[in-house]
Write a protein that binds this ligand. Structure first.
Ligand code: MEV
Length: 319
């Protein structure tokens, strides 16, 4: 066993297919390689188990509320490694805003699991990683599709079908994503339940919207592979209108999407669970992306990042 270890993971942006992915439709998501979560563990020589983050500084056993899933994940890992009495200090260093559709909780789980496996010098494969991350995600979000953890742990964009397929692929197209945060907490569990309720109340309408979103995700993959940025942007805006009809938009999201489109974005949509959270807008080039980001800030966006679609390592935070 080592005396210290580090686990890392990334923020994610769902390009197409949030919500419909829960119902088995395909989706595309992109890890944002420069917006990271880093978890470090240092062994302590007493039996204290200390957690430190921007929001919490205290013992593992007192971690509760929104962090109950994380607490249970850590307890599970300690039991798995037969180390229930181990003293440690676990520190979260996150660049990912919480509950903004950028996968903060998934990234937390992935980084925690990686850190513990490194500490105990155990090999970790992707299947085990995603299965364990689900311990936290199912407590925090209900019954997640798994797209957030799959993206957060990937270095490449993924094509994802729940319980069936996680295929990383390369994107070789120009174009930039502007990711922009309303500052309003999105709540994944709540948004997923709202769609489920709509399904119960209006099954045929909801089924149609979900299948439209799935078709748009498949078409978006083709657009990415043929370099059809204009087509991709149109699909994104269309997907946003389906998501709005599913009831997961919000007036601030609408303002941001409209502003992006009025400022020459090729398309824009909410990303993640919605109701609050973030949008993504597609820009033809960096100059357009900066104009869009500027316009979004003028209508109240809180934070924004610009990422080349194809090379996420150059993600630039503008606030
Ligand atoms: C949340 O990032 C994505 C949703 O589709 C929920 C899920 O896939 O579990 C809204």
């Amino acid at each position: 066993m080592l005396t210290k270890a580090i686990g890392q993971s990334h923020a994610k942006a769902i390009l197409m297919g949030e919500h419909s992915v829960v119902y088995g439709e395909p989706a595309i998501a992109i890890p944002l390689l420069n917006i990271n979560m880093v978890v470090s563990i240092i062994i302590r020589h007493d039996q204290q188990q200390i957690i430190k983050s921007r929001y919490y500084n205290g013992s593992l056993s007192d971690l509760a509320g929104a962090y109950e899933g994380v607490r249970q994940l850590i307890v599970f890992l300690l039991e798995k490694f037969n180390a229930q009495d181990l003293g440690f200090e676990l520190t979260f260093n996150s660049q990912i805003p919480q509950e903004r559709g950028m996968g903060s909780s998934a990234a937390t789980s992935i980084a925690v699991i990686r850190a513990f496996y490194q500490l105990f010098e155990e090999p970790l494969n992707q299947t085990i990683l995603l299965k364990m991350a689900n311990i936290e995600e199912s407590i925090t979000h209900g019954s997640p599709s798994g797209i957030d953890t799959a993206t957060s742990s990937s270095e490449d964009p993924i094509f994802f079908i729940k319980n069936k397929e996680v295929t990383p692929f390369k994107i070789d197209v120009p174009g930039y994503l502007v990711i922009s945060d309303t500052g309003i907490m999105g709540q994944t569990g709540l948004a997923v339940s709202a769609v489920r309720r709509l399904f119960d109340e209006e099954p045929s309408k909801t089924r149609r919207l979900i299948s439209n979103l799935g078709e748009a995700a498949t078409a978006a993959k083709d657009a990415l592979q043929t370099g059809d940025l204009v087509g991709l942007g149109q699909l994104m805006t269309k997907a946003h209108s389906h998501l709005r009809a599913l009831g997961v938009s919000h007036p601030h999201l609408e303002t941001l999407v409209k502003t992006a489109i009025d400022t020459n974005a090729l398309g824009a949509k909410l990303t993640g669970s919605g109701i609050g959270g973030s949008i993504i807008a597609l820009a033809r080039n960096l100059t357009d992306a900066k104009h869009i980001a500027q316009a979004l800030s003028e209508v109240g966006a809180q934070e924004y990042w610009i990422s080349p679609l194809a090379n996420q390592m150059n993600t630039e935070q503008l606030t």
